[in-house]
Design a protein around this ligand. Structure first.
Ligand SMILES: *[C@@H]1O[C@H](CO)[C@@H](O)[C@H](O)[C@H]1NC(C)=O
Ligand SMILES: *[C@@H]1O[C@H](CO)[C@@H](O)[C@H](O)[C@H]1NC(C)=O
Length: 233
């Protein structure tokens, strides 16, 4: 907890740079571009500047499939504003800094508790939450949602984005990290496309017993870039 709090305080201070308590310090990211490797073609960069650059800190969940391998069933994460870090040296590795802190948080601290704790931070760097909801288009399966309606845009019921995956790229930083993703937004005004990049952790390799019905949660961090949409920072 101490280390996690420490790292997140650093994050809050660097990210909120000049923000007074209770205020956002949204910074200019009009020149920001996605950090995609030049030799990949799986993800197509969006045109224009991102409207938000965020850090996700949370867990990826898995259950055992009938084939005896782990299947990702969703995730839950807190989503922080890192727009003010964009031009700072800390930006490139903020996902690693946050992962190290999150990794060392006591096992007794659940993702939900961390999220609750962080939502009460005095400097407003919490944009919202990332979690899964029933697929609003097909009604079958679940879809990822980024929901800023309880934090950064409380009072705006459309400050969310529900995505459908349109591309994935194995993490260029190694197999221990969940894939980088491109998603088109199918519902919500927060964005028209969302990218998950610079992932750290979150994978659960190996085989399992189909009789194992436990949900296994694996810690991860990543950056999320949001493009388009009518809600801007
Ligand atoms: C891209 O280049 C990196 C090394 O610079 C390499 O590890 C990776 O496999 C390459 N990816 C593709 C899709 O060619
Ligand atoms: C993932 O697991 C966490 C507990 O670690 C739980 O709070 C959350 O609801 C789960 N979400 C999904 C989509 O399985």
């Amino acid at each position: 907890m101490t280390l996690l709090k420490f790292a997140l305080t650093v994050l809050a201070v660097t990210s909120g740079v000049f923000a007074a308590p209770g205020q956002y310090a949204a910074c200019d990211i009009s020149s920001a571009t996605l950090p995609l490797p030049s030799n990949q073609s799986q993800l197509t960069p969006a045109t224009g500047a991102p409207s938000f650059i965020a850090l996700g800190v949370g867990v990826q969940n898995y259950t055992c499939s009938s084939a005896g391998t782990y299947t990702n069933i969703g995730a839950v994460a807190e989503v922080f504003d890192i727009s003010c870090l964009y031009n700072m040296p800390a930006f490139a590795s903020i996902q690693n800094t946050a992962y190290t802190a999150w990794e060392h948080a006591p096992a007794s601290l659940t993702a939900q508790e961390v999220i609750a704790m962080l939502s009460n931070m005095p400097v407003k760097v919490v944009l919202g939450q990332h979690y899964f909801v029933p697929n609003p288009i097909t009604g079958s399966g679940t879809s990822p949602k980024w929901d800023f309606t309880s934090a950064a845009y409380a009072g705006n019921p459309n400050a969310f984005a529900i995505g459908a995956r349109t591309g994935n790229l194995a993490s260029p930083d190694g197999a221990a990290n969940v894939d980088w993703l491109q998603l088109k937004v199918v519902q919500g005004n927060l964005a028209t496309s969302v990218y998950r990049v610079n992932t750290v952790g979150g994978q659960l390799p190996g085989s399992c017993s189909p009789s194992d019905t436990t949900v296994h949660s694996v810690k991860y961090t990543s950056k999320y870039y949001f493009f388009g949409g009518s809600i801007k920072q």
